[in-house]
Design a protein around this ligand. Structure first.
Ligand code: ARG
Length: 603
């Protein structure tokens, strides 16, 4: 209904301006806000929208808000194009203007939706017609080589993927970047250690698996922390690697390949599409960052380290905090790489991506890091004036006890295990349900449904929370057929598709669609909100808004289906109601698709 609300907003704006001009001089109008403040009605009984502007204009116009509201309504009542779309508006409370769409208008939107694969969601347009469609980089997932991917990376992967899907659906050109941690001191330690204890790992493909690699990494780290000679050897090794020594590079590549294969298994399982461009990619751009910062006068030498002092960000002692870009030993760090990355991403091709927007999906713990990086990039003029950069933070994954998610033995949870466990549990639930329902299904069916439901449950549980808050991981909750869960929605969809399949194709021309019951109107109004919800997700980068919508939609559907006969009704009701079923199914499956969740025909 976005196009309808946009039209209504324009009409309101004109009415509002006229009212203001009757009260103030032409020259004073510039100081007034002519935003009608049109929002979705706070309660369904009030209509579809409400305009709240009369309240905030009371003071500048020196008139009671109700009087202003009356004046606006009076203008609207004389506007034929407004009355064509809406019933005559009413005024409520201190001066809210309630607006209800005409039923013929809702029906014609509904008919359009039935024919529209995009369900009313328009393609993004570029702000100026001669400019290309904005291109967005989403930096997400980004695990570290030689370390296990952990639940934080899982959250980033799931949230980032869903945001990417929504933006792609809107028509943005999206580059999904995996900024893997594949560079830095950890390789010095690891290579030095492996040379001694498992040289074959550095020479042969597949000599060790990721589990071993992680264990070796832990050992190496321990030695590094306790053994000075080992520290020195590791540092020398990093220098060799960074200066392109072929043997070191070969060892490094082997290690990366090993991890990469392991990460890919998880991406395949979750149907995640990513372009890997790790930290190492920016190696040759690091010196350029330092030079640029030096040229723009931002670089300060502090205790041997090169840094940029932040403006407006101070430490406990009240002094400005630095972003260190080159350590006193000459080494670069995480921030330097991110600065090189941001500079590259906003630079024009061929030595850059020419992005108009860059979004980083990481845990909230990195907020300060990005704050610093963004500020330095801004001050160094690497971010074009009309470009946009945003950190999309998320909270921690906790166990049901509210503490950090751990295995029973206290280890960090491996992602593979976690996903496998979700699938196994889904399978147990399914077999139980099939037994209770007296159904006999073959093994491929059981495997497919369990896999889809198990993974969907993990994804949806994550996405349905406001990402900012910490989220409690509970297999029982996420796999439940009740409540705001993936199994509930998948099941609702199976049921609805079944109903409309049973109903058969409609013989009634769409022009004869008609609704009589409040449950039908309610469902219809919810269906027509899809485009608006996508718009909100795009702007706020909050996939949980879409989850909540889908959940509410399926509840509205249940109320409709429980209280209004569909298959047993006579035409035109029967066909009209079946059309509602079809649009509900289409909307649910489109919505789930944008969350990265595949749907099922039967379950
Ligand atoms: N590898 C980092 C980590 O595991 C995440 C990288 C996020 N992206 C970035 N451009 N810094 O925490």
């Amino acid at each position: 209904m976005l196009s309808l609300s946009n039209s209504i907003e324009k009409m309101l704006r004109i009415a509002l301006k006229r009212v203001c001009l009757e009260v103030v001089e032409d020259s004073d109008i510039v100081g007034l806000s002519l935003d009608p403040q049109l929002v979705t009605a706070s309660k369904k009984e009030f209509g579809d929208f409400q305009a709240n502007c009369a309240l905030s204009l009371a003071k500048p116009l020196k008139k009671p808000p109700r009087e202003i509201a009356f004046a606006i309504v009076e203008k609207l009542q004389r506007d034929d194009s407004f009355l064509d779309l809406c019933e005559p508006p009413s005024i409520a409370g201190p001066g809210f203007i309630n607006i209800r769409l005409r039923t013929k208008c809702l029906i014609s939107e509904f008919i359009d939706r039935l024919e529209d694969k995009r369900l009313g969601v328009p393609f993004v347009e570029s702000k100026e017609s001669d400019k290309p469609i904005p291109s967005v980089i989403i930096d997400f997932s980004s695990p570290n080589i030689a370390k296990e991917m952990h639940v934080g990376h899982l959250r980033s992967t799931i949230i980032g993927d869903s945001i990417a899907r929504v933006l792609e659906f809107r028509g943005y050109s999206v580059l999904r970047l995996n900024h893997v941690g594949d560079w830095g001191t950890q390789f010095g330690m690891l290579i030095t250690h492996l040379k001694e204890v498992a040289p074959n790992a550095l020479e042969k493909v597949n000599a060790i698996d990721l589990g071993d690699l992680v264990a070796f990494y832990r050992e190496a780290k321990q030695r590094f922390d306790n053994d000075l000679a080992f520290q020195k050897a590791s540092r020398d090794e990093v220098v060799k690697l960074q200066s392109g020594n072929s043997l070191s590079l070969k060892a490094w590549k082997l290690l990366c390949d090993q991890s990469r294969k392991e990460f890919q298994k998880i991406y395949d399982l979750l149907d995640i599409n990513l372009t890997e461009r790790g930290e190492s990619f920016y190696n040759s751009y690091l010196q350029g960052v330092i030079d640029d910062l030096n040229d723009s006068g931002l670089l300060v030498l502090d205790d041997g380290a090169k840094c940029v002092f932040l403006q407006g960000v101070t430490g406990k002692d009240g002094k400005p905090l630095p972003v260190i870009v080159q350590k006193s030993d000459g080494g670069f760090n995480y921030s330097t790489t991110d600065l090189a990355a941001i500079r590259y991403r906003f630079s024009s091709p061929p030595d850059g991506d020419g992005a108009s927007s860059v979004i980083y999906v990481t845990d909230a713990g990195q907020a300060d890091h990005f704050l610093g990086v963004f500020q330095v990039a801004q001050r160094a003029n690497w971010i074009p004036p009309d470009a946009h950069v945003e950190h999309v933070p998320f909270g921690l994954v906790q166990g049901e006890d509210g503490k950090k998610l751990k295995t029973r033995s206290g280890d960090t949870v491996r992602l593979r295990d976690l996903l496998e466990q979700a699938v196994t549990r889904a399978e147990i639930d399914l077999r139980e349900r099939l037994k209770n329902e007296g159904r006999d299904e073959d093994e491929p069916f059981i495997k497919n449904v369990s896999q889809t439901v198990g993974l969907a449950a993990v994804k949806y549980a994550d996405l349905s929370q406001n990402r900012i808050t910490n989220y409690q991981f509970s297999f029982d909750k996420m796999l439940s057929l009740q409540g705001n869960t993936a199994p509930y929605l998948l099941y609702a969809l199976v049921r609805i598709s079944g109903i409309y399949r049973k109903g058969g194709a409609s013989t009634l021309p769409v022009t004869q669609i008609q609704f009589t019951e409040p449950q039908e109107w309610n469902l219809l109004r919810d269906l027509l909100k899809f485009d608006e919800v996508i718009f909100v997700v795009e702007n706020e980068l909050l996939p949980n808004r879409l989850c909540n919508y889908l959940f509410e939609l399926s509840q509205a559907f249940n109320r409709f289906y429980d209280q209004v006969p569909v298959l047993k009704a006579q035409d035109p009701q029967r066909s009209s109601r079946l059309a509602l079923c079809r649009l509900t199914a289409d909307t649910l499956s489109q919505g789930m698709g944008l969350l990265g969740i595949p749907t099922l025909e039967r379950m």
